[in-house]
Design a protein around this ligand. Structure first.
Ligand code: DSN
Length: 481
C-alpha cells in the first residue's frame, strides 16, 4: 500500500471499529485481536491468504442488504440495477482473467460452486436429453411416473474423483460428503511408491467405471496436474471433465500454470474458491464452456439462494487486482517459495509426500518424528506456527489424527517472504518436530493427540519468527487507533 492508502485504511478501519464497538464492543475487540494474532503468527495454512484492504472493505457495504436471486437482467426482485452492474463486472473480469467462455460468480463457497457444477452436468447431460426423449415441453407437463423415472435417471449417475487421502477434496466423491451420496462414486489414488498421479491407472479406472463426471483437482496434492491428459481420459469414456482449482486458482491466474497445466482450456467446467491463492474474498466461482453455461446459470435457484452481492463486488475488485502485472510476480513467488520450503525440509532430513512440490503446498509426513499430524499441528501452534494436519496416502492414523501436516506459501508470500525466510521456516518447524514427544493417555498408553514440547522451544521459535514477521509486516502502515 502507498503511504496515502495506509493512512486512509488506518482511519477507515479505526472508525469502523468505533462504530461496531458502540453496539457490541466484544466483537470490535475480537476483530482487533484477530489482526494482532494474524500479524504475530506464521500463517502456513495452504488454503488461506490475506486479502487487500480494498477487497475487505468492499465486503462491508449496503450491497449486503440486497436480495438478487436470478441472473443479470433476470431477477426475482426489483431494484437490482446496481447488483447487475457488480455481477457483470465480476463476471467480465473472471472471463478475462482465466480466458473462460463463461463465468458464474454467485457461489457462496467452494462446495456451493461444486454443487452448481454437479447439477449443471446432470441437467445438461441427463435431464435435458431425458426431457427431449420424453417430449415434454417443460417440467410442468410431467406426470408422477415421469418424475419418478427422471429422479431414477438423475440419481444413478457415476462420478470418479481423486481420493481424499491422495489429496482430493471431500466434495470429489468422498462417501460422507453429499457428492459421495448423490453419485455412485469411485476414487482414483496416487502411486504408492512415488505419491504421484498415474494417468494410465486413472484411464484404466475410467474405462472400467465409465463415469458421467471425471473430477480433477486437489486440496493436498503437492504437484501439478496434466489437464490435457485428464481431458483425453474424459473424452475416451464420454465423461464431463470438471476441474476444481480452488487451491491453485492464483497460479492459473498468475500464469504459473499454463498449457496442459491450465485447466480452463481443457475442462468443460472449472470451479474455484476465490480466497485461497487467488487472494480474494471468501467465495466461489464456476467457469464453463458455452455448452454448459445455460445449466450453470440455473445455479440460483437450483442450488443457491440469493447471491451475496457485497461478496460479488469484492470478487470483482480481487479479479481486477489479479489482472495486474504484479500478480504474476506474486504467483511465481508463491511457487518458488514452496520449492524453497521443500528444499529446506529435505536438506534437514524431513520426509515429504512425493519428495517435493511444484505448486503452492508441501505435505510433510511427520511419522519419522514419532508424532501424529494432530500432535505436530498442536505443538507447532504452541510455537506460533499455524498449519493444519492432513492425511498422507494410505494414512495409518486416519483422517482425524493423520500422519501429515500441510503447509502452503500463499499467505506469507503476500507478506513478502522469500527464499531465505522459507528456509528458516523449515528450520523452525524441524526444531519443533524434533523436540516434541507424544503425550500419554489417562490410561497410561501413548496418546495420538497430546504432546510434550521441550522447554524453551516455543519461545525460541517465536523469537526467530518475530524477526522475520517484523521485517515483513502484515498491512504495512495500517495502525488502529
Ligand atoms: N478447507 C479447504 C482447505 O483447507 O483446503 C478446502 O475446503
Amino acid at each position: 500500500m502507498t503511504d496515502d492508502l495506509s493512512r486512509l485504511s488506518s482511519s477507515a478501519y479505526s472508525q469502523a471499529l468505533e462504530v461496531i464497538a458502540s453496539v457490541e464492543p466484544r466483537i470490535a475487540e475480537a476483530t482487533r485481536a484477530e489482526l494482532a494474532d494474524q500479524r504475530a503468527s506464521l500463517k502456513l495454512i495452504a488454503s488461506e491468504n490475506y486479502a487487500s484492504p480494498a477487497v475487505l472493505m468492499t465486503m462491508g457495504t449496503w450491497f449486503s442488504d440486497k436480495y438478487a436471486e436470478g441472473t443479470v437482467g433476470h431477477r426475482f426482485y426489483a431494484g437490482c440495477q446496481n447488483v447487475d452492474t457488480v455481477e457483470s463486472i465480476a463476471a467480465e473480469h473472471a472471463r478475462e482473467l482465466f480466458g473462460a467462455e463463461y463465468a458464474y460468480v454467485q457461489p457462496h463457497s467452494g462446495i456451493d460452486a461444486n454443487l452448481v457444477a454437479f447439477w449443471s452436468i446432470l441437467a445438461h447431460r441427463v435431464e435435458g436429453p431425458w426431457l427431449e426423449k420424453a417430449q415434454a415441453k417443460n417440467v410442468n407437463e410431467l406426470t408422477d411416473a415421469d418424475w419418478e423415472e427422471l429422479r431414477r435417471e438423475l440419481g444413478n449417475q457415476r462420478l470418479l474423483g481423486m481420493s481424499l487421502d491422495a489429496g482430493g477434496h471431500l466434495t470429489h466423491g468422498f462417501r460422507p460428503n453429499i457428492s459421495g451420496k448423490m453419485f455412485h462414486q469411485q476414487q482414483y489414488g496416487t502411486d504408492p511408491e512415488t505419491g504421484l498421479l498415474d494417468y494410465d491407472k486413472v484411464a484404466a479406472k475410467a474405462r472400467e467405471f465409465r463415469p458421467l463426471v471425471l473430477v480433477a483437482g486437489y486440496s493436498a496434492y503437492p504437484r501439478r496436474v496434466d489437464f490435457a491428459k485428464m481431458r483425453e481420459i474424459a473424452d475416451e469414456v464420454g465423461a464431463t471433465l470438471m476441474v476444481d482449482m480452488a487451491h491453485f486458482a492464483g497460479l492459473v491466474a498468475g500464469k504459473v500454470f499454463t498449457g496442459d497445466e491450465d485447466p480452463v482450456p481443457h475442462a468443460h467446467i472449472v470451479t474455484s474458491t476465490t480466497h485461497k491463492s487467488l487472494r480474494g474474498p471468501r467465495g466461489g466461482i464456476v467457469l464453463a464452456t458455452e455448452e454448459y453455461a445455460p445449466s450453470v446459470d440455473r445455479g440460483c435457484p437450483m442450488v443457491l439462494g440469493g447471491p451475496l452481492s457485497h461478496v460479488m463486488a469484492a470478487k470483482a475488485v480481487a479479479f481486477a487486482e489479479a489482472r495486474q502485472d504484479s500478480f504474476r510476480g506474486y504467483a511465481q513467488q508463491v511457487a518458488d517459495n514452496a520449492k524453497s520450503l521443500a528444499e529446506g525440509f529435505l536438506t534437514r532430513g524431513t520426509d515429504l509426500v512425493t519428495g517435493g512440490t511444484d505448486n503452492h503446498l508441501v505435505l510433510v509426513d511427520v511419522s519419522k518424528y514419532g508424532l501424529t499430524g494432530r500432535q505436530a499441528e498442536s505443538a507447532l501452534l504452541e510455537a506460533g506456527v499455524v498449519t493444519n494436519r492432513n492425511s498422507v496416502p494410505a494414512d495409518p492414523n486416519g483422517a482425524w489424527y493423520t500422519s501429515g501436516i500441510r503447509l502452503g506459501t500463499p499467505a506469507l508470500t503476500t507478506r513478502g517472504f522469500g527464499h531465505d525466510e522459507f528456509d528458516t521456516v523449515a528450520d523452525l518447524i524441524v526444531d519443533v518436530l524434533s523436540n516434541t514427544q507424544p503425550g500419554t493417555t489417562k490410561a497410561g498408553g501413548q496418546s495420538k493427540a497430546s504432546f510434550v514440547l521441550a522447554d524453551g522451544v516455543a519461545d525460541r521459535v517465536r523469537a526467530r519468527s518475530a524477526e522475520m514477521l517484523d521485517k515483513h509486516p502484515l498491512y504495512p502502515g495500517l495502525e488502529l487507533s
